[in-house]
Ligand binder design. Structure first.
Ligand code: UDP
Ligand code: MG
Length: 343
């Protein structure tokens, strides 16, 4: 089955009536030595400690080593495994996204494919979710990664993300989380966005909490990231913080800049004329004249960008029949729970 940006997701979005309880989603990129032991440990936990039907979905993100061969072996020997293979490396967010689209479980649990997350935490995440949360985030309290390359940048990044998004989680970057499917399926992932899922989901009204989870050092294969990831995360944070605030009303931010520039232009223009009249300062030789022109032009541009944004937002929502709200439940007439919408 081919799934790509121009194809419909392989499975329908609604999971309300799904008999499947839990879907574990594992993005893997060149993890040939890790997939077999990882699969065995996830399988053990799912079979012994998770009630109800479950599935394990591997997304091979264009691996160039033997990962896919290992996955094929797993697929043949274990009936609850599905494998999605990308044509090339599209990145961890894209891989997770494909897994989320394909998953049928009422709860979706992504995990790293390098055995750094521990499947033994899955039952605890599920138990916490049952307390009434939509997302339970893992917190690698004792993280087994390099101090300077990982843990230090991560403290700053988590603080920054928390400030922007208004939820304080210790560890946005931890892949191991538990999501209610109807929440995660409304979130679209681009760039390095998977770490911002809690923010995007909170925008959609999700209830979020965190619990400490175990973390192990990488035992085989190499990490796919270095310090440069920090820069990309910060840039994605700019996108997310804009989306969170002004997704449905871009003119309200750009228009504000436009009005500010217009006002400053008037002040600067008035000062130019005032200086000419009172002190005889030559207008063409006065840099304030240039500033005035710049501000007026800037103000027009800001307003136009805002208006274009408004058109873009309408296209986004109306072309896909999306609604600018998310419903938790509808209690219809006749005492029936009519169900949820997909937003
Ligand atoms: N990964 C992926 N595509 C990529 C990079 C990474 O699917 O382009 C997977 C990788 O195989 C692993 C997970 O994402 O299962 C996390 O990657 P990694 O362990 O390198 O990140 P770290 O734990 O070092 O932050
Ligand atoms: Mg890792």
């Amino acid at each position: 089955m081919e799934i790509g940006p121009h194809h419909e997701a392989a499975r329908p979005v609604t999971t309300v009536n799904s008999p499947m309880e839990v879907s574990v989603v594992v993005p893997v990129y060149n993890e040939e030595e890790n997939v077999l032991p990882l699969c065995a440990s996830i399988k053990a936990v799912l079979e012994k400690e998770v009630a109800g039907p479950h599935e394990l979905i591997f997304v091979d993100d264009g691996s160039s080593d033997g990962t896919f061969d290992r996955l094929q072996e797993i697929h043949e020997s274990y009936e609850h495994v599905a494998v999605i293979r990308f044509r090339r490396n599209f990145g961890q967010s894209a891989a997770m996204s494909a897994g989320f689209d394909y998953a049928r479980g009422k709860v979706i649990i992504p995990m790293d494919g390098d055995c750094q997350n521990d499947p033994a935490d899955i039952p605890r995440l599920l138990a916490k979710l049952d307390e009434g949360y939509d997302i339970v985030s893992g917190w690698r309290k004792e993280r087994k990664d390099g101090l300077l390359s990982r843990r230090f940048p991560s403290v700053i990044a988590n603080w920054l993300i928390g400030r922007v998004g208004g939820i304080r989680l210790h560890d946005y970057g931890c892949t191991l989380k538990a999501y209610r499917a109807d929440v995660i399926k409304t979130v679209n992932l681009y760039g390095e966005m998977h770490r911002f899922i809690p923010l995007l989901a909170k925008w959609a009204g999700a209830k979020i909490t965190e619990i400490p989870v175990k973390h192990h050092p990488r035992r085989a294969g190499r990490t796919k990231y270095g310090l440069s990831r920090t820069v990309r995360v910060v840039l994605d944070l700019v996108t997310v913080s804009f989306l969170l605030r002004f997704m449905t009303r871009p003119l309200q931010i750009f228009g504000l800049f436009g009005l500010g520039a217009l006002f400053a232009g008037f002040v600067s223009g008035a000062a130019t004329v005032f200086l000419k009249v009172v002190s005889g300062v030559d207008m063409t030789g006065n840099p304030l004249l240039l500033l005035t022109v710049l501000l007026f032009m800037g103000s027009i541009q800001f307003v136009c960008i805002g208006l274009l944004g408004e058109i873009g937002v309408r296209t986004y929502y109306e072309s896909q029949s999306k609604r600018p709200y998310f419903i938790r439940t509808i209690l219809g007439p006749g005492g029936k729970d009519v169900g949820r919408n997909k937003g």
